[in-house]
Design a protein around this ligand. Structure first.
Ligand code: AMP
Ligand code: MG
Length: 322
């Protein structure tokens, strides 16, 4: 694919927003680093982010919006979250809060969590694009997974030229490192990632200490993985199933439907074998099959190539004993 270079005049930024609203992948500058943007409400667009970055798992992504009002609609803000938002937005700070009941950010962008990470960037180019898009935009750093984050348009092109629809050729990012992330869930506010808004500054605003979870300790109640549960179906998952047992539902992929599968209890993630389509359909399919109350869900064998690795990682977690 040809990656269109867009300038930063008003017209080009409106075009970038329009492309995003149509489901395109568009890299754009923010004050932290260049982000790889896609419509956060559209799982097909979000799947393309994971695909282009070559991410081995579905990390939850930050939903970027153009205004504080739009941000407040996506989540449930407690006192700490409201104070931090009022002080540091727009700016290089992300808040993780419980997702609003009608949160527009799709399951795939939230990696199945019942929380949502939100940011209102201050960079004028980013804001113009987000306002033109008129919807939350998922935008992880615009680099191939494992590479360093890009603070200049040329860094983005080095990794992603030909793999994304467009890039807004802005100037170098002012901050150059990712946003600070604070989680305001039940109880205390914690810092998930250090960044330009420091812990001390945030503590000043909320008037109490902010803990840093001990990420290595599995037993720490504050560790990010335990903040909120990933979506996992009630029905036990059986991976690499070669046949479907009586009472089981079937999560299929591609042309081969395993023996024993019935139409009523089967969802095919992508009959044509597209991993992007499969990623986009994953959460909705799991939810649907689970709602049918099967004795279990037989999952066919998956390719672990490319996006298949992230899909398999997610299925493994959903299958692990709880
Ligand atoms: P990136 O978009 O590449 O800057 O990375 C997003 C960061 O936000 C990752 O470190 C995620 O783990 C974190 N994150 C996003 N959403 C959530 C969430 N709902 N709960 C906890 N961490 C989150
Ligand atoms: Mg990154």
């Amino acid at each position: 694919m040809m990656t269109t270079r867009l300038a930063t005049d008003t017209c080009s930024l409106a075009e970038a927003g329009r492309l995003l609203a149509e489901g395109a992948l568009v890299a754009f500058p923010t004050e932290t680093v260049y982000g790889l943007g896609a419509d956060a409400t559209d799982p097909k667009a979000v799947a393309r982010i994971y695909s282009a970055k070559g991410r081995p798992s579905f990390n939850p992504l930050i939903a970027h919006v153009g205004t504080v009002e739009a941000a407040l609609r996506l989540g449930v803000f407690n006192d700490d979250a409201r104070k931090l938002a009022a002080t540091f937005w727009p700016g290089p700070m992300t808040l993780v809060v419980p997702a609003a009941r009608d949160c527009a950010v799709c399951d795939l962008a939230r990696a199945g969590l019942d929380t949502v990470a939100i940011r209102v960037p201050v960079d004028p180019v980013a804001r113009a694009i987000l306002q033109s898009a008129g919807r939350p935009i998922a935008a992880p750093s615009a680099n191939v997974s494992g590479h360093v984050s890009p603070s200049e348009a040329q860094h983005v092109l080095a990794d992603l030229d030909g793999k994304i629809d467009a890039i807004v050729m802005g100037s170098a990012s002012r901050v150059g490192v990712e946003s600070s992330i604070f989680a305001c869930l039940k109880g205390d506010t914690i810092q998930l990632r250090p960044g330009a808004v420091t812990r001390a500054e945030a503590e000043q605003v909320i008037g109490r200490a902010i803990a840093i979870p001990d990420e290595v300790s599995e037993t720490s109640p504050l560790s990010p993985g335990r903040l909120a549960s990933h979506y996992a179906p009630r029905a036990p998952l059986r991976l690499n199933a070669l046949e479907v047992r009586p009472g089981e539902a079937c999560l299929a992929f591609g042309q081969e439907i395993p023996p024993g599968a019935t139409a009523a209890l089967t969802r095919n993630l992508s009959p044509s074998g597209s991993l992007e389509e499969a990623a986009a359909n994953l959460y909705a399919s799991l939810r649907h099959l689970d709602s049918l109350s099967p004795t279990g869900i037989a999952v066919v064998k998956f390719s672990e190539e490319g996006l298949g690795e992230a899909i398999f990682d997610r299925l493994l977690r959903a299958a692990s004993p709880r």
